[in-house]
Write a protein that binds this ligand. Structure first.
Ligand code: SAM
Ligand code: SF4
Length: 335
């Protein structure tokens, strides 16, 4: 029996988020600059290396894999990787295979994802207004994403919408987005904007919309019931009694969720980040590439990385400066 991954604060690590590419077909203003320099291909884990990496984590007790990026569905032949993970679902060792996507490629891939065993997807959508969508994503087009959402639902996938809460941008769409999701039987999660990466001139503090305010506004129109469930992450959920919908609030900056943290993040270059808000990481790619036929050094590298998982993160907006800012891009670590 392989011993499970337990960190120094007795938290079992059962959830791995994997960024499979740093590239994207959008340039969301809070995530990327318009002129991004992407990594050379040889830096990226190959699809075979991604398989070996994820399979090792599954062997060490990871039960949930979330594939992210960048935009995971723009990685060439990514379905090969999804299909290769199906064997762990079939074996019962992996309980959930899922992804976070901007939805732009969903028309093409929805039924392949279903066939690979994916049952739920998170699709990011910050606004229902075509012009605002074009503004916030710079390169994205709303109708394409709406078609993608329909395709995902038609393929049988359960869709949750993720929206970044931006003051002066989508605060006026709170009710419209809620109703639109309710009509389609979709849950909706709001994410507080985080201080990630160097993305140009945007001042994140100006855009910061506190989710407490959002919740208060929602409570003026709906009956909110707190849900006890925790996913081991920074999301808290309420049910809207009138619609039956679940609304999530991801508040990595204002809430202390760290004590129940069950996750680590693998970048597309094979670095393992033990905490979203800290720079410390472990180079798993060397452990993997230097020992082609032997997973033992990789297992050791993973175990010693987990022993360095910190108690919590350092984001802090409290003095109106972005203390604890991490310099890497969200698209590198995976959101
Ligand atoms: N491209 C995919 C997408 O957009 O869903 C997956 C990667 S994206 C980095 C994952 C999530 O992170 C998206 O929901 C996105 O809105 C969110 N995100 C990106 N930058 C963020 C930031 N600075 N603060 C909060 N959320 C952010
Ligand atoms: Fe691309 Fe997702 Fe970042 Fe937008 S949030 S630029 S869609 S990776």
């Amino acid at each position: 029996m392989t011993a499970p991954l337990i960190d120094p604060f007795a938290r079992p690590i059962s959830y791995l988020r994997v960024s499979v590419t740093d590239r994207c077909d959008f340039r969301c203003v809070y995530c990327m600059s318009e002129n991004m320099t992407f990594l050379p291909k040889k830096e990226l884990l190959t699809l075979e290396e991604l398989d070996r990496m994820c399979s090792t984590f599954v062997r060490l007790g990871v039960e949930k894999l979330r594939i992210t990026g960048g935009e995971p569905l723009v990685r060439r032949n990514i379905m090969t990787f999804f299909r290769s993970m199906t064997r762990h679902l079939d074996a019962g060792t992996l309980k959930e295979l899922t992804l976070t996507t901007n939805g732009s490629q969903m028309v093409r891939f929805a039924s392949d994802l279903w066939d690979a065993g994916v049952r739920r997807v998170n699709i990011s959508l910050d606004t229902l207004d075509e012009q605002k969508f074009a503004d916030v994503t710079r390169w994205g087009r709303l109708p394409q994403v709406l078609k993608g959402i329909d395709a995902a639902k038609n393929a049988g996938l359960r869709v949750k919408i993720n929206a970044v809460a931006l003051k002066g941008f989508n605060d006026d769409e709170l009710l419209r987005m809620t109703e639109w999701c309710a009509e389609r039987d979709m849950d909706l999660t709001w994410i507080e904007v985080m201080p990630m990466g160097d993305i140009g001139n945007e001042d994140r503090l100006d855009q910061y919309w506190k989710l407490d305010d959002l919740r208060t506004q929602l409570a003026q129109h709906y009956t909110l019931t707190d849900l006890p469930e925790s996913t081991g992450g920074p999301a808290r959920y309420v049910r809207l009694e009138e619609t039956g919908q679940k609304i999530g609030f991801i508040t990595p900056l204002t809430h202390n969720f760290c004590e129940s943290c069950n996750r680590v993040r693998l970048t597309c270059t094979g670095e393992l980040f033990m905490c979203l808000g800290q720079e410390d990481n472990a180079d798993l790619r060397s452990a993997l590439r230097n020992h082609p036929g032997d997973d033992a050094p990789l297992e050791d590298a993973i175990r010693s990385a987990i022993l360095r998982k910190p108690k919590g993160h350092d984001f802090d907006y409290s003095r109106q400066t972005v203390d604890g800012r991490v310099s890497r891009h969200m698209s590198h670590t995976g959101g």
